[in-house]
Design a protein around this ligand. Structure first.
Ligand SMILES: Nc1ncnc2c1ncn2[C@@H]1O[C@H](COP(=O)(O)OP(=O)(O)O)[C@@H](O)[C@H]1O
Ligand SMILES: [Mg+2]
Length: 226
């Protein structure tokens, strides 16, 4: 198995806009090892979300290759990519995106269900994360009964519960106050240490700079190491 969580080779992506091609990512080459916390910086509109969606296999590059965990995802069928994403990727969004009809414990358990992990094994993993993320007293609450910070802690637990190879966080503190945002970033920062997951965190601000093992910046469609 490759010791790289992510490899990008000559990845380009453009959007059609009013009949014209608008290039966003123009030839991105990068490799991210396991067990690292990677910050992707760039101003608003620079292509951070576009890049994360490509890494998640939600979107496809126009040209180039993307390997996650040593497997080239852009050559998979849509069905294969969906199954691959369920098993190997976790996602944290700016606006939490929890399932409103499920409790905290059920939201965190959901990726395990999708991967066929049930019963006591699933319960033990969920309990450990509830404890670690200070959510044990909220396990039966629904998302709309939680603060923003609590919702994002649930989202981070949900992204990590199935021990993915890669966790993608798209401006995870963008909708939180500074202190609450730092708590959430601290939890994301702690994940590579125990499971060897690679965490990639996109942000338009400098707040993750001090936490990151590697800082990369999107500038004029290219990804540059800082
Ligand atoms: N689905 C889409 N269709 C057309 N243009 C898009 C689409 N998604 C993003 N864009 C454009 O691509 C550029 C990069 O967007 P995005 O990746 O969301 O940037 P960031 O996340 O860094 O703010 C922007 O100019 C945006 O308007
Ligand atoms: Mg974005």
């Amino acid at each position: 198995m490759s010791d790289l969580a992510v490899e990008l080779c000559a990845v380009a992506r453009a959007y059609q806009e009013a009949g014209r091609l608008h290039p966003v990512l123009q030839g991105i080459d990068a490799a991210f090892p396991r067990g690292r916390f990677i910050a992707i910086r760039g101003r608003s509109g620079s292509g951070k979300s576009t890049l994360l969606n490509l890494l998640a296999g939600i979107d496809l590059p126009d040209t180039g290759e993307i390997a996650i965990n040593g497997q080239v995802i852009n050559r998979m069928s849509e069905r294969e990519r969906t199954l691959f994403r369920r098993r190997h990727i976790g996602f944290v969004f700016q606006f939490f995106n929890l399932i409103p009809t499920l409790t905290v414990a059920e939201n965190i358990r959901f990726p395990l269900e999708l991967n066929g992990i049930k019963g006591a094994a699933a319960t033990a993993r969920v309990s450990a994360l509830l404890e670690r993320f200070s959510l044990a007293d909220r396990l039966d609450s629904f998302p709309d009964q939680l603060s923003g910070g609590e919702q994002q802690r649930v989202a981070v637990a949900r992204a990590a519960v199935h021990t993915p190879a890669l966790i993608l966080a798209d401006e995870p503190s963008g909708n939180l106050d500074l202190e609450t945002g730092q708590q959430v970033l601290g939890l994301l920062r702690s994940l590579p240490g125990d499971s060897g997951v690679c965490v990639i965190c996109a942000t338009h601000s400098n707040e993750v700079t001090a936490l990151a093992d590697e800082i990369w910046q999107i500038e004029q469609g290219r990804l540059v190491r800082r």
